[in-house]
Ligand binder design. Structure first.
Ligand code: EPU
Length: 416
């Protein structure tokens, strides 16, 4: 198992190129199941989750090649199943449910079960599919869905769900009639998926608002598109500059997708300027402690909560951080405490009292974004940190040690 060894204390300076967003690429890859033939995507990051989705599609009969472009051929799909071994390593595997039901009207998907950040059920996906006429059974840990035809329905999600919105939007593309999704997720990744489905011939309106309307069509044909930049990776590098006291220019990103993050970091005392497709960040003076709560887009993303907490650990006062999306996304707190952070938990709120410095320590990554908060803390800490279980980090951050060492970090990957 690989680990990262980081000697902290060097301010980061220079340019970082932001990769394509995994949470955009994964639903696009699932969407290839709806239209038989070859789909091409550019700006797909080289990450473990992308390889897992390739394996899942291969299990169903698709072939794929990923060099500069990711090409997926779905001409020969023969299995309509997402097995437990793949779903347990990547929950986003449930994204194949909507496409399989749309095109083949049957699917067998392992139930994802719990994960490190909370219960994460898929009941809202299943309820919506039942409203569309899908018969759902639970057998031996698997969800088995089948339908003669999928029919349009008015679906009001009780809670905003990103992959739920994506799954149902895909299922509705080939359904009879019109499907209206109310209280749908407004994330940029949902918009990118809707744009790709429309490029394939779907009729989707309203993506990016809380009401999406899908008019079913007879069939879709394969096409290609570019994956949008990763707003969470960009946010993570903004915090890296803030915590180490450096200045970074992030290239190839979408500042308009990061408005809530940028505003919070400005409130925390960072100087941030953006234009077109880049963002420049600099630390001006002390880090100010500010309160934050996570929200669905366009609010502050839960996927940046751990990284923001690491920044607040070095704040000049007290910050209250409330996690409103996942009930248990605080696994990083114990590890940050081992590096000298002063954090108390009260239910869904973390009370972070800023300390003057963090100190390097051996720590363990528990999930993807928690790992990022440990890397950030290690970069700012005095002395050496060793981060184990970094396979979590490899799920979502492309070439992180290369990107960080190019801007002045002392970071090394050690393989055992
Ligand atoms: N929820 C339910 N029932 C459902 C669906 C969701 O109760 O059927 C609850 C969840 O338990 C959670 C809340 O609704 O409390 C929101 O979850 P959501 O469904 O939006 O999460 P997701 O679609 O499973 C995606 C991202 C996550 C990101 C969340 C929230 C992908 C592949 N994953 O997950 O990304 O944290 O939205 O923005 O897009 C990550 O990249 O590290 C990551 C975990």
């Amino acid at each position: 198992m690989d680990r990262l060894v980081i000697r902290g204390g060097s301010p980061l300076n220079g340019e970082v190129e932001i990769s394509g967003a995994k949470n955009c690429a994964l639903p696009l890859m699932a969407a290839t199941l709806i239209a038989s033939g070859t789909h091409s995507f550019s700006n797909v990051p080289h990450l473990r989750d992308i390889r897992t989705m390739q394996s899942l599609l291969a299990h169903m009969g698709a072939t794929s090649r990923h060099d500069n472009m990711l090409q997926i051929d779905t001409s020969d799909i023969h299995t309509f199943e997402a097995p437990y071994d793949l779903v347990k390593t990547m929950r986003a595997s449930v994204l194949v449910l909507g496409p399989l039901l749309a095109r083949y009207r049957r699917a067998r998907i392992s139930l994802p079960g719990g994960c490190a950040i909370g219960a994460r059920p898929i009941n809202l996906h299943l309820k919506a599919l039942q409203q569309m006429g899908v018969e759902i059974d639970l057998e031996h840990g698997y969800v088995v869905g089948q339908a003669k035809r999928l029919r349009g329905a008015v679906i009001a999600f009780e809670q905003v769900t990103v992959t739920g919105t994506e799954n149902i939007m895909m299922a509705a593309c080939l359904a009879d009639g019109v499907t209206v999704l109310k209280n749908s997720a407004r994330e940029p990744e949902v918009v990118a998926l809707a744009e790709y489905l429309n490029l394939m011939g779907a009729q989707i309106e309203g993506a990016g608002t809380d009401e999406i309307t899908v008019t079913g069509v007879r069939e879709l044909s394969p096409s290609g598109c570019e994956v949008i930049p990763d707003r969470i990776e960009a946010g993570t590098y903004l915090v890296a500059a803030g915590m180490t006291g450096g200045a970074l220019k992030l290239m190839r990103c979408r500042p308009d997708h990061l408005q809530a993050i940028i505003q919070k970091l400005i409130d925390a005392g960072l100087s941030i300027e953006s234009n077109g497709d880049f963002i420049e960040v600099r630390r001006k003076g002390k880090i100010r402690s500010v309160n934050m709560e996570t929200q669905p887009f366009p609010g502050f993303p839960t996927d940046m909560q751990a990284q923001f907490m690491a920044l607040m650990a070095l704040g000049s006062g007290v910050s209250m951080i409330k996690e409103r999306i996942f009930e248990n996304r605080f696994m990083h707190v114990l590890e940050l405490q081992r590096m000298g952070a002063d954090i108390d938990l009260d239910g869904r709120t973390a009370i972070v009292r800023g300390v003057k410095k963090l100190s390097g320590a051996p720590v363990m990554a528990t999930d993807l974004r928690a790992s990022a908060s440990l890397v950030l803390s290690a970069l700012a800490a005095e002395g050496v940190s060793e981060i184990t279980r970094i396979y979590h980090l490899d799920r979502g951050y492309e070439a992180i040690e290369k990107k960080l060492s190019a801007v002045g970090a002392t970071i090394e990957r050690v393989s055992e």
